[in-house]
Write a new protein. Structure first.
Length: 276
């Protein structure tokens, strides 16, 4: 099947370029229900994860390797319109310090709790009011690495489709299912499925390595500044802490999440690969 030709954009006043540049900000993203995916690895993982890409902006002068043309062709084969830009115009779209010459536009996909896969036993992460996009992206990366079935984003403070979430996740946003809901909705859903709720808080008495994490489990972490809300702390089946031996009284939330998730994986025997 013949692919549509690549369209060349040479003017900063081009309407397609200007509309896409607006997606760097949250309000236009929410209005258009679209977001940006930049860089070879993120675009490739988006395709592998079944994320549609409707438009792809390219700048061959900025390519970092030899595999980019095949990725462009793969995007075209799945229906993406391709626009070629010179470096100075590509810079108006890019949000990376060192652009790689690839930037996709994709529709936002919003999952419900019932859309999350059912693990055997379930292994979930609940993130309440996470404030920093980089932390949320790193948590997705750790969730992917440890075989988490899905992430539940409660009472969100940061936009799941912020370009820095996509970047920090290194494309694992497209491999870890994420459902967005309120704390009350998440609690009701977890209780109905008899999933044990394990709340992480520096005020707990039990060290995280001393609790059983092998059954149906949801690890719950809170905001960087305030920690978990009383709603989660009161509803948790158990509370655990990560020992702090120095002056600091808490860890970065992404770092803490990584430690907790790897402890779950350790207790469950570190399967060689995630079940398909």
């Amino acid at each position: 099947m013949d692919r549509p030709p690549v369209q060349i954009i040479t003017s900063a006043q081009n309407p397609r370029l200007r509309q896409t540049a607006r997606l760097r900000d949250r309000s236009p993203r929410d209005e258009a229900q679209q977001f940006l995916i930049e860089g070879y690895r993120c675009v490739r993982r988006a395709l592998e994860g079944g994320q549609p890409i409707t438009e792809l902006f390219i700048c061959p002068e900025l390519y970092q390797g030899v595999n980019e043309p095949q990725l462009v062709a793969d995007c075209q084969a799945r229906g993406a319109r391709v626009f070629q830009l010179p470096p100075h115009l590509f810079g108006k779209l890019a949000y990376r310090d060192r652009p790689e010459g690839l930037l996709g536009v994709a529709p936002q996909r919003h999952l419900r709790l019932d859309d999350l896969p059912a693990g055997d036993p379930p292994f979930l992460v609940v993130a309440e009011a996470i404030e920093k996009p980089g932390n949320l992206g790193t948590m997705l990366r750790s969730a992917d690495a440890t075989g988490v079935d899905g992430l539940i984003l409660c009472d969100r403070c940061t936009d799941l489709f912020n370009p820095n979430v996509v970047r920090a996740s290194t494309g694992t946003l497209f491999s870890v299912p994420v459902a967005e809901c309120t704390t009350a909705e998440a609690l009701d859903w977890l209780r109905a499925r008899h999933v044990r709720i394990l709340a992480a808080t520096p005020h707990a008495q039990t060290v995280f390595t001393e609790t059983d994490m092998r059954g149906p489990l949801a690890i719950v972490v809170g905001s960087e500044q305030y920690g978990l809300s009383e709603g989660w702390l009161g509803a948790a089946d158990a509370q655990v802490r990560i020992p702090m031996l120095g002056m600091a009284d808490s860890l970065n939330v992404a770092t803490a999440t990584t430690l907790l998730l790897y402890e779950v994986a350790r207790q469950r025997g570190f399967p060689s690969r995630r079940p398909q």
